[in-house]
Design a protein around this ligand. Sequence first.
Ligand code: CTP
Length: 400
Amino acid sequence: MLKGKEIVLGVTGGIAAYKAVELLRLLTKAGANVRVVMTANAMEFIAPLTFQTLSMNPVHTDMFNLISEREISHISLADRADILVIAPATASVIGKIAAGIADDLLSTTVMATRAPVLLAPAMNVNMYQNPLYRENVEKLRRHGFLFVEPVKGMLACGWEGEGKLQDPVFIFEEIVAALSVKDLAGEQVLITAGPTREEIDPVRFLSNHSSGKMGYALAMAAFRRGAAVTLISGPTCLDDPYGVETVRVVTAEEMRSAVLGYFGKSSIAIMTAAVADYRPMTRSGEKIKKKDATNTLQLVKNPDILAELGVMKEDRLLAGFAAETDNLQENAGEKLRRKNLDMIVANDVSSEGAGFAVDTNVVKLLFRDGTVEDLPMMLKSELADIILDRMLYLQRRRDA
Ligand code: CTP
């Protein structure tokens, strides 16, 4: 995901400095080449050797270190970087940058770079609320600096409140987003994901194997690419994706009303949810006892959400998924026409590396004009970007 990207990770002196280690791991795992710059105070909290070992690069600590200066100066650090991230960023370093002070390697590199700079502040709650700090942040935002806001929590100083470094996973997401092309800026993307759950009684339900992974991958990719994203999710074990408005529902009927509430303002809708086609005709308020149970469960049909959207879509772009075990192309093509879709993603859920609960998928993309695109097995995160590329292509072709 970050293959070939050059990232400068600045670490300043706060107790959260140890969390920069986790961020470094996430970045290198995603393929980035990371060069760590530490301030003198940061080295009071954590040893450079940790960063050096994990980044497989020398750690830069000193403005005037002749050996490392010969290898790489603050200017070449600044020039090479695709992004400069400071995590944690203390109130002091933020103040320094806002004032245009460049008196150590990190602040000089920030001053010299033309790359985007992302700051992840961490500090005591009173410092965070200090008007001088707030003014500095405002000023930096005006100049295009990016921020990952800290969160509320128990702070190392004993106070409780805002000032805790954001979770490194979310800082990572912001870095990826900052490095992504914002080709979906201005789009409102609506995505459904996961299964629905139809209750029989308080302990039993009808559902399916959908994990929600494909829909969540799409939501994350659309956010990175600049869209405002709403994810309507059935019950899954996945965390709400960062930067995405996530609405949790349980039943098909709840999913339908949530989707209809958001569809009006959407420009692109992609329905990946495995909606249960049927629900029990009645839901028992008490657990059904064996002695009272009959052998048949009376079912009624659930609304077909996607088909309803197809009727009211107007100029919105609409895509669905078809989970099939046989006659893939034929069945998916029929759904594309019947539900009035612009594209359908057909996956043979019985084939290896495809379908539910795995991280990969093997699909065919079917379009209104009869075109079929056969895609090889790939990660759901990669497929998410291809699906969004195709939606954008369809939109541009329509608007041309
Ligand atoms: N879908 C939906 N509402 C339903 C059923 C399906 O919105 N009640 C959507 C799914 O989110 C998916 C597409 O329709 O995008 C196709 O779902 P799928 O389960 O493959 O097809 P069905 O229309 O349910 O047909 P069948 O079960 O007969 O294959």
